[in-house]
Design a protein around this ligand. Structure first.
Ligand SMILES: [Zn+2]
Length: 229
């Protein structure tokens, strides 16, 4: 399913030369059979914990930096894991476009100036998640997100998440950071088990009704989600 065909592209007015390959993955059962049987729940449990009917659709761009340590398969696994968490808010991850960027080694780690250049020179649809090697930011977060509110002076980073290959429980981390972007809020929760607790953990996956409402409404208003028909 994953296109490996690469074509060299010199982006116009770009100081950064990138090679790219892109593949569109339709995350429906017809296009891509459900994976991860090892973690599949028993039918009764699956029914009990089934997510609500999808009211909103998410089309995500995943940008994998070649040489970051991320593989296409791992990216897909992590994105789908995050999608299962967001499904609790009635959000269906319907489509993921995978873009593979070959960049110079100095671009593989997250640092704001470098991130701005990558985001600006090869523009992709938002929301977008960049899968990078490491971070040069201090403090060194294993992932960072940029909403609208914290990108006034760096608009090219708006509606993006950046996640390092060393992130623990990366699907939870990605769901947490995507929720920040979709809600356009850097706020955290003290609720036990909440996805938006400061510390991410596989035990923290819940989103309360108010969080879900804000996530759906804000993201729809910002053009990051579509209403399901
Ligand atoms: Zn956070």
């Amino acid at each position: 399913m994953i296109c490996r065909r690469a074509q060299t592209a010199q982006h116009r007015q770009s100081s950064l030369t990138v090679c790219l390959a892109a593949a569109l993955l339709l995350l429906s059962t017809a296009a891509l059979p459900q994976a991860a049987p090892a973690t599949r729940q028993a039918p009764a449990a699956a029914k009990k914990g089934a997510p609500p009917k999808a009211t909103h659709l998410l089309h995500l761009t995943a940008v994998r930096l070649d040489g970051s340590g991320w593989t296409d398969e791992r990216v897909l696994e992590v994105v789908r894991g995050a999608g299962r968490v967001l499904a609790r808010c009635g959000v269906k991850l319907e489509r993921m476009e995978l873009v593979i960027l070959a960049v110079p080694p100095s671009y593989l780690d997250l640092a704001t100036p470098v991130a701005r250049e990558v985001a600006r020179d090869y523009r992709v649809a938002r929301p977008a998640v960049y899968f990078v090697r490491d971070t040069r930011s201090s403090p060194a977060f294993e992932a960072e997100s940029f909403g609208r509110g914290n990108t006034k002076s760096r608009p090219e980073l708006a509606d993006t998440v950046w996640i390092t290959v060393t992130a623990r429980d990366p699907h939870i981390v990605l769901a947490h950071e995507l929720a920040h972007v979709l809600m356009d809020s850097g706020g955290h929760s003290d609720e036990p088990g909440n996805l938006m607790r400061d510390q991410t953990s596989p035990k923290n996956t819940a989103l309360n009704p108010a969080q879900c409402a804000r996530l759906r409404d804000t993201a729809t208003g910002n053009g990051l989600l579509k209403k399901a028909k």
